[in-house]
Design a protein around this ligand. Sequence first.
Ligand SMILES: [Zn+2]
Length: 227
Amino acid sequence: MVTEMGFVVVYFFLHQLRGEQFMKNYELQLPEGYVEAKTIDAKTDTKIMVVFSVVSALVAVGAVVVAWLCLGLTSNNWIDKLIGDGSNLWHNFAFMGAMVAYIILHELTHGIVYKVMTKQKLTFGLTLTVAYCGVPNIYVYRKTALCALLAPFLVFLPIFTALPFFMKEPIDILWCALLWGMHVGGCVGDLYCTILYLFKFRDPRTLLRDTGPKQTFYIPTEQNLQA
Ligand SMILES: [Zn+2]
């Protein structure tokens, strides 16, 4: 089931990029005739920040609730089932470590794709509300942006979906659910940009300046006139 889903996603992704693989990956300067079409700023735009945070939190809580119900936990038995004799308490610290590692690996995955496709200087950052990776000095084409944006989502989704099936302890399965939710919820910004590319910025010439916390879309002007 997970494998089939993976195939569908990869096929859909490649289909979206038909023809674009032969284009340039980026521009050092914004070519003439381009206009700014949209900006997403996860660091200073309060509305975006709130919406992204709420969606992320809902997905994470939703994943934990589903796991809680699947494990048959109730207000009477959860202490017994999750804590037991206390010998598994160290697992909590292992999973907390895994979460921090995941946040770093997620951004590194963006970075690796940007680096391979552009060889340009990257920027990384971490604030209380966002972790980010960008390639601030250039303008990347749609193909490059889509690959970099979707890489962490596609790499970690099968891993975190499979992980709970290797766990025995209810506490571990609950943590796996939180990791899954944190991953999918944490990709909300990446997925929002992807949706914009799929439905709004379908022109392969669309350029993106990704400074990390802020993404600015630029489109060629004749497209602007047609719209
Ligand atoms: Zn991301």
